[in-house]
Design a binder for this molecule. Structure first.
Ligand code: GLY
Ligand code: MN
Ligand code: MN
Length: 536
């Protein structure tokens, strides 16, 4: 009997243990299917090369918490550093006659290392759990069974040169070095130049004046590109004939090697712009968690709270639901601090009677939310705060309404900006519509997914795309308007799923109107009774 009880205990505790580790990650089938979709979009005789994210040093022998590169995660599910993935457009053969259309090189298992930094999947795990057929230790990348120079295109995201050579011969630095040698990577390779060359090469000559304008904008931004003769000439060409001549020269130069950064970014933007059902489950969860965070803070908020403490309440709620991280540094700005668009100090000791702008997003299994609410710390909007808030609300409503399949990406921004300008004119804060930009200086929408500013094509909206709609009005101290408006900053940001049946607000659970916020703020919070001892 005792023995049986022990067995029951062991069985039950194993069950509990099994449940303690999250299992709702993207499936191996998802990643495999995505790699197949990548292959469909590749040009013939090409290879895409993806590297894992670099590890980053925080202080002395402590690194920042590791975060996988979203493209690498999307295509593999692998969450460790020091890895490289190759995807081929057509099957290849190694010396033993094995056929493959993808290869992955990962961190080797190492008992000593794992005692310090945790379990590694290793080659076996990558085969068993992630479903790869051909997986190798990173040290074997030197013997990769392909000749990179034999492809028409070797496409990769360029290296930012911000990784370190660590111990061993198979860290990210070594993998990249190996690739550079094998692919004949020129020491003066400039990926931005290559990308603009590809753009020029692809353009119809009738549209070349528009492309010249785009190239011109890049030249305004990237100083070193201005010295590139062909780019400069293309931007300043007087007519199509001259642009055609440069297009031909650029094409010849592009053919000098097979390296490319355009195809990989086009493919990943195209795929990641629209979300599959499996992705939506995780993204919705991240957004719901973040919305609950906003609700709990509305209940707990009082004027004596610090910005840091407010941030902590949000983040505690995220962790309580099993979200691993914040998708971006949390923004909690009381009063004038809300006017700093990406304010992350969050160190004001008391928010007082000001509005508090809270832009936060939980990251759940890689997918991040991005939700902003602006609330009065004392639970009641003043007349001025409400006047500004209601304009932003109306602008957001207009932006959400414009987020429909087929509309240009800029549609929500245009709709929101018009409402903001009219509202500011009505209140006498500006005299001409064009001044509105001073108080609403940022875009209204971006894609949302694995990155907070996710990848996408910026083409007209497609079904199953998630974007933010986030207008704001920021009136810093000293602005050229009546003093009564100074220090008021409002942003309202929601995460919108675009569907064939219209926009769906995925963060609607978090109160958004002034009335709903004030009502929510009257509710009791479990934190009302959470009193900690005073420290000196
Ligand atoms: N949280 C950054 C943004 O709203 O885009
Ligand atoms: Mn945003
Ligand atoms: Mn945001």
């Amino acid at each position: 009997m005792k023995f049986c009880m022990l067995r029951v205990f062991l069985f039950v505790s194993t069950m509990i243990w099994a449940q303690e580790v999250p299992t709702d990650f993207l499936s191996a089938e998802f990643h495999k299917e995505r790699r197949q979709e990548v292959r469909k979009l590749m040009s013939s005789n090409s290879v895409l090369v993806f590297f894992a994210n670099a590890e980053r040093n925080r202080a002395n022998d402590v690194d920042y918490v590791y975060h996988q590169d979203p493209n690498f995660y999307y295509l593999t599910g692998y969450r460790e550093p020091n890895a490289v993935l190759l995807i081929f457009s057509e099957p290849q053969k190694d010396a033993q006659g094995n056929e493959f259309d993808e290869l992955i090189y990962v961190q080797e298992r190492n008992a000593k290392e794992e005692q310090w930094t945790g379990k590694r999947l290793g080659v076996e795990g990558v085969v068993d759990k992630l479903g790869f057929k051909m997986a190798y230790n990173g040290s074997e990348f030197k013997k990769v069974p392909v000749d990179f120079t034999s492809f028409d295109k070797v496409s990769f995201f360029d290296f930012e040169n911000d990784y370190r050579d660590k111990q061993g011969d198979a860290d990210l630095f070594d993998l990249i070095q190996t690739f550079k040698v094998k692919a004949n990577y020129p020491s003066d390779y400039n990926p931005q130049k290559q990308q603009l060359y590809s753009m020029i090469q692809a353009t119809e000559i009738e549209n070349s004046a528009n492309v010249a304008q785009t190239v011109g904008r890049y030249l305004d931004y990237y100083e070193d590109l201005r010295n590139e003769e062909f780019l400069y000439e293309f931007v300043n060409a007087p007519n199509n004939e001259k642009r055609l001549e440069i297009k031909q020269k650029v094409s010849l130069e592009l053919e000098a090697n097979n390296l490319d950064s355009s195809m990989i970014s086009e493919i990943m933007s195209t795929l990641r712009e629209t979300k599959t059902a499996e992705e939506m489950k995780l993204l919705k969860k991240a957004i719901e968690i973040s919305s609950v965070g906003q609700i709990e803070v509305m209940k707990a908020m009082h004027p004596n709270m610090s910005e840091t403490e407010i941030q902590g309440v949000h983040e505690y709620v995220y962790k309580k639901y099993g979200a691993e991280y914040e998708g971006y540094p949390s923004i909690v700005g009381g009063g004038n601090n809300g006017c700093i668009l990406h304010y992350i100090e969050n160190n004001k000791a008391k928010v007082g009677n000001d509005l508090v702008l809270m832009d936060l997003g939980a990251e759940y299994h890689g997918y991040t939310a991005d939700v902003t609410r602006t609330i009065p710390a004392n639970g009641k909007f003043t007349a001025e705060q409400k006047a500004i808030y209601d304009i932003v609300y109306e602008a957001q409503e207009a932006g959400i309404k414009a987020s429909v399949v087929g509309a240009p990406f800029q549609a929500p921004g245009k709709a929101a900006a018009e409402v903001v300008a009219n509202g500011l004119l009505r209140l006498g804060i500006i005299k001409e519509a064009k001044e509105a930009r001073t108080y609403f200086p940022h875009g209204t929408s971006h894609y949302l997914g694995l990155d907070v500013h996710d990848q996408g094509t910026y083409a007209p909206f497609k079904s199953n795309t998630v974007i933010t709609v986030e207008p704001g009005i920021y009136i810093p101290e000293g602005s050229n308007c009546d003093k009564k408006w100074w220090g008021i900053a409002v942003r309202i940001e929601d995460d919108i799923l675009i569907t064939d049946d219209g926009p769906v607000n995925l963060s609607a659970m978090a109160p958004r109107t002034t009335e709903a916020i004030e009502t929510m703020m009257k509710q009791l919070s479990p934190l009302d009774d959470f009193v900690l001892p005073k420290l000196d």
